[in-house]
Design a protein around this ligand. Sequence first.
Ligand SMILES: Cc1cc2nc3c(=O)[nH]c(=O)nc-3n(C[C@H](O)[C@H](O)[C@H](O)COP(=O)(O)OP(=O)(O)OC[C@H]3O[C@@H](n4cnc5c(N)ncnc54)[C@H](O)[C@@H]3O)c2cc1C
Length: 291
Amino acid sequence: MRPANFDYRRPTTVADVLGDLASTPGARVLAGGQSLVPLLNMRLVQPPVVVDINRVEGLDELRERDGRLHVGATVRQATVLASERAQRAVPLLVAALAKVAHPQVRSRGTVVGNLCHHDPASELPAVAVALDAEFTVAVQGEGIRLIAAAEFFGEQFRTAVPPAGLVTGVSFPVAALGTVAGFHEISRKAKDFALIGGAAQFRLDTHAEVVDARVAVTGLGHRPLRMTAVEAALLGAPPTDDALRTASRLATGEVVAEVNARSSAGYRRRVLPVVVHRALRAAAARIEVSA
Ligand SMILES: Cc1cc2nc3c(=O)[nH]c(=O)nc-3n(C[C@H](O)[C@H](O)[C@H](O)COP(=O)(O)OP(=O)(O)OC[C@H]3O[C@@H](n4cnc5c(N)ncnc54)[C@H](O)[C@@H]3O)c2cc1C
């Protein structure tokens, strides 16, 4: 299929992007195009203007600042996946990215574009929620605001980004030394979207007991869900397989049937603790690797 006609703009400054977005209601940002272009081709979206941000200066930065890893709006998924700094700073993001699509898609697709698209079966929103990621959003005439991941994701394919807003980047807290992370998903084919996926991260204190546990799940409902009861149950105990399994049984959350047509709500509810347990086990396996 061919897209409906649209105006194509390719500004080189954030100010010009914001001007283009503000001057035409319904204008859309184009980042990696891996989700937007199929939507255009199928005419599921018909924006009057597409604003390509790939030549905008300063949006391609991947750097650590003030204890956070900042990922600019045009940083490719492949760049983060291959980055030793990202692996050290935010191992959970890298573990999840390894499950996202194929190398071809990741070489164009951006981390920020993935989060803005907010497919309810996507891996990265679970990481953002688990780690308390923070989005930097710019709107013409309103300056810059920060939106916490807990507020960012709305109904499926919706976010808190205002209509003429540009997400200039997302930041994740840098993990303390000894942090381990794992992502586990069930999908019909390798590298496909998850039917359900779990993100887990924790570290051990000097007594080899779990501190700072982070667990979230994607694919259950409209938005990624933080598994706070699981997190609480993990704290203060060694991460034995029994402890991980027992904590995983506390995984719970609303399962929305119409989200994720690839699997039934009953199936996702049943495998939820299994997915959480396997994500935790994948994280725990990293302890042995780093020991
Ligand atoms: C074959 C295939 C398999 C895939 N498999 C997976 C998978 O397993 N898991 C997964 O998570 N994803 C998967 N994807 C989606 C992929 O990760 C996309 O790259 C991602 O969803 C969108 O990122 P993008 O940079 O391409 O954004 P685009 O397609 O350019 O944009 C996506 C949406 O976000 C908006 N947007 C983008 N950037 C910004 C910004 N800075 N500010 C405001 N709005 C913005 C756009 O306007 C658009 O609405 C797959 C895609 C394909 C084609």
